[in-house]
Design a protein around this ligand. Structure first.
Ligand SMILES: *Cc1c(COP(=O)(O)O)cnc(C)c1O
Length: 386
């Protein structure tokens, strides 16, 4: 199905709601029936039709249909956060005594899940440099069940040769999960390269307006059944119908927003490469990135996250730069309408994150929907502080 048809039409049954062009927000926890027989029929299909909103809700279901189609998977389950999506996807595939291989430096709460929470239940993880597929083969143990990838990781953007890795996992019966938040389903569809389960922080590009926290798991029918009837219904990370409705609205402009964010980032990265006070620029779609060819092979185009290191060691100067980069709000997250900066200095000063391996002169940036000149002028001003 074509992209525009998925975004504007799929799952929308307008004659059932007064021909409204916009989807209805079914803000209801439960659904009632006119007879015992009808209620019994719905109860038996609570994984397919609305019965109780911890399971299926019509507004969320419309969103799930679109997200599955965008990722090219049979099913999608939308949940209350990206972290919940990763946790449930992982839990659904492992049992006590199993072993996981994950790319090094994954998203911080994925790291905590694998490094702290799962060992309590007898599941161990080996972290490998994912840039070389051989590292996965070397880390394999007799009890390895699962391989976790990220497309790419945030901050330094290391990527994996996904087709090469899935070719190997399939010959050994291993399951692959990929965090595809960075690319969104617009720039990359890991299922086409053989990945079994794809998760997103829908808080980021899919929502796009910095107003809703959400996650999605995209997978085949079997994994959907498995996750729905176990992790999803017992842990209960249901999204509110209102947030699903916001995400449906966000989806309408997803391709446009990504294009704008990626195009402006290309220009900013080029400009920053020519600034003498900037040391390194990390961005997968610049020829200077060591995996540039792989990025071009896997992804349809550039996204809006990039990282710089400044030619400065003095904390006051780094802080001066960040505090004066006014067009980029100091905030976590990314994928919304607004440009953002996340200085590594904040990690050093945090009790919880001070074990970071990122240098203090590193700043992660995200390009929103502002004009290039507006953002460039802000850099000009901030770089004067160094
Ligand atoms: C934000 C993020 C997550 C976690 O998603 P939440 O919606 O914040 O729970 C996972 N992976 C990546 C790459 C992220 O950027």
């Amino acid at each position: 199905m074509e992209l525009s048809q998925i975004i504007n039409e799929l799952g929308e049954d307008r004659e059932h709601y007064f021909n409204a062009t916009t989807p209805p927000l079914i803000q209801s926890s439960n659904f009632s029936y006119s007879s015992v027989a009808e209620m019994a029929r719905h109860l038996d299909h609570e994984d397919e039709i609305p019965f109780y909103t911890r399971g299926v809700n019509p507004t969320t279901d419309m969103l799930q249909q679109k997200l599955a189609a965008l990722e090219g998977t049979e099913k999608a389950i939308v949940v209350g956060s990206g972290s919940a999506a990763m946790a449930m996807a992982v839990l659904s595939q492992v049992k006590q005594g199993d072993h996981i291989i994950c790319v090094r430096k994954p998203y911080s709460w994925t790291n905590k899940l694998l490094d702290i929470l799962l060992p309590r239940f007898g599941v161990e993880t080996t972290f490998v440099d994912g840039r070389d597929p051989k590292n996965f083969e070397e880390a394999k143990q007799h009890n390895t069940r699962l391989v976790i990838l990220e497309s790419p990781n945030s901050w330094t953007f290391e990527m994996q040769d996904v087709p090469a890795i899935t070719k190997w996992t399939k010959t050994h019966g291993l399951v692959t999960i990929m965090d595809n938040s960075y690319c969104s389903p617009i720039l990359y569809n890991p299922a086409k390269d053989g990945v079994d389960i794809i998760i997103h922080s829908a808080t980021k590009y899919i929502s796009g307006h910095s107003d809703a926290v959400a996650g999605v798991i995209c997978c085949n029918h079997d994994n959907y059944e498995k996750i729905f009837s176990s992790e999803f219904m017992t842990l209960g990370p249901a999204i509110s119908p209102f947030n699903s409705w916001l995400l449906l609205r966000g989806l309408r402009t997803l391709p446009l927003r990504i294009r704008q964010s990626g195009e402006t980032t290309m220009k900013l990265v080029e400009y920053l490469h020519n600034q003498e006070k900037v040391d390194q620029v990390f961005f997968p779609f610049h020829p200077s990135h060591e995996q540039y060819e792989l990025a071009r092979k896997l992804f349809k185009g550039p996204a809006g996250q990039f990282t710089i290191t400044l030619k400065a060691t003095d904390e006051d100067k780094i802080e001066g730069f960040c505090n004066n980069l006014n067009a980029f709000q100091l905030a976590c997250s990314w994928g919304g309408f607004e440009s953002l900066q996340f200085p590594a200095m904040t990690l050093y000063r945090s009790k919880n994150y001070n074990k970071t391996t990122f240098p203090p002169n590193m700043v992660r940036l995200y390009t929103g929907l502002e004009e290039f000149d507006y953002l460039k002028n802000s850099f000009d001003k901030a770089l004067e502080m160094i």
